[in-house]
Ligand binder design. Structure first.
Ligand SMILES: *Cc1c(COP(=O)(O)O)cnc(C)c1O
Length: 332
């Protein structure tokens, strides 16, 4: 039933206790699922999705992956690394344009992995996205390549399988650790990570996991709609024997701040706290905000009281090095 996938990520990723943090907060058991450790160049959540997308591309005889994101996109960087590893071409449609000066963080790695990058203003890309994608793919075909497109974050139905498997992996680790019911907290943006976890929970009968998504762009209403659509599309495309109801989706809203990739003090404090107490590095765009939501829930007594809490660290380390002044604010 599971579609073909390549083995690219280092899995299972560790599930670790955050005991010093737990003591400091005076709460119940806290765990961190280290999906930032799926591999150095491939680090983070995107590679679990790309294992399925790349297998599909190879099966269809494609020789180039084409995708989209910001210059600091972890997804674009992971795609570029996957392509380098598999000997595929990689074309990245970046928007907005990168800031002037030498490339930094993920953008630097895109270049190092040999990806071709094309930059667009936010407005131009938003207005002409479909035409731009079609035109770039046509151009590649005219040049004798066979492109395979995947949208932002590899959040297409096939990409959801990465976290459907990860849900089973996490459940197995929790069982070995003697954890039954628990709250799982993860950041949501393009949606396939959360959609995969929710579907994996249904498919594998993991009723003990309550999975909460923390929007780091838009709001809960937007993500309820977009994740539902993705879940329905997976069920339809793969004929899965589960029933999905949007009421299954749980969100912790209010932690986006002023917008996607715009940092704020409480999130950077959360990043600093985890670094000092556990030696684990979050990223300013996704995981710092999601972790901030978890800390807030713990401090209010809503999380890590009756049930253990599990934070899924979805990666993003390189973007912190593109915004050193932001991360410097988190140093205690
Ligand atoms: C992309 C990303 C997410 C969000 O995952 P989606 O599947 O896009 O919702 C979370 N954390 C990091 C570090 C990411 O790069």
């Amino acid at each position: 039933m599971t579609p073909a996938h390549l083995s690219l990520a280092s899995v299972p990723t560790p599930l670790v206790r955050a005991e010093r943090l737990q003591r400091q907060l005076g709460c119940g058991p806290l765990w961190i699922k280290r999906d930032d450790l799926t591999g150095l160049e491939l680090s983070g959540n995107k590679v679990r999705k790309l294992e399925f997308i790349a297998a599909d591309a190879l099966a269809a005889g494609c020789d180039t992956l084409v995708t989209e994101g910001t210059p600091q996109s972890n997804h674009c960087r992971a795609t570029a690394a996957v392509c380098a590893r598999l000997g595929l071409g990689c074309t990245l449609l970046l928007r907005p344009k990168a800031p002037a000066g030498p490339p930094l963080g993920n953008h630097l790695l895109d270049a190092l992995f040999g990806a071709e990058t094309r930059e667009f203003s936010r407005e131009e890309f938003a207005a002409r996205r479909e035409q731009i994608v079609a035109q770039v793919c046509d151009e590649l075909r005219s040049a004798g390549r066979k492109p395979r497109w995947t949208p932002m974050g590899a959040s297409e139905p096939l990409g959801c399988w990465g976290y459907m498997s990860a849900a089973a992996e996490l459940n197995e680790q929790l069982r070995s650790a003697g954890v039954g019911e628990c709250d799982v907290v993860v950041a949501v943006s393009s949606g396939a990570t959360y959609a995969g976890l929710v579907l994996g929970r249904l498919l594998h009968g993991l009723g003990g996991l309550r999975v909460w998504a923390v929007p780091v762009s838009d709001d809960a209403a937007y993500h309820r709609e977009s994740v539902s659509r993705l879940c329905e599309a997976v069920l339809a495309q793969f004929g899965l024997p589960v029933r999905f109801d949007a009421a299954e989706l749980r969100f912790i809203d209010g932690f986006v701040g002023a917008g996607y990739a715009i940092p704020y003090a409480a999130a950077m404090d959360a990043l600093g706290l985890l670094a000092r107490l556990e030696g684990i590095v979050l990223d300013p765009v996704y995981t710092a905000k999601a972790f901030c939501a978890l800390l807030d829930g713990i401090r209010r007594g809503a999380l890590a009281r009756e049930r253990p809490a599990v934070f899924i660290h979805t990666g993003g380390i390189f973007s912190g090095f593109a915004w050193p002044e932001v991360v410097r604010d988190a140093t205690g």
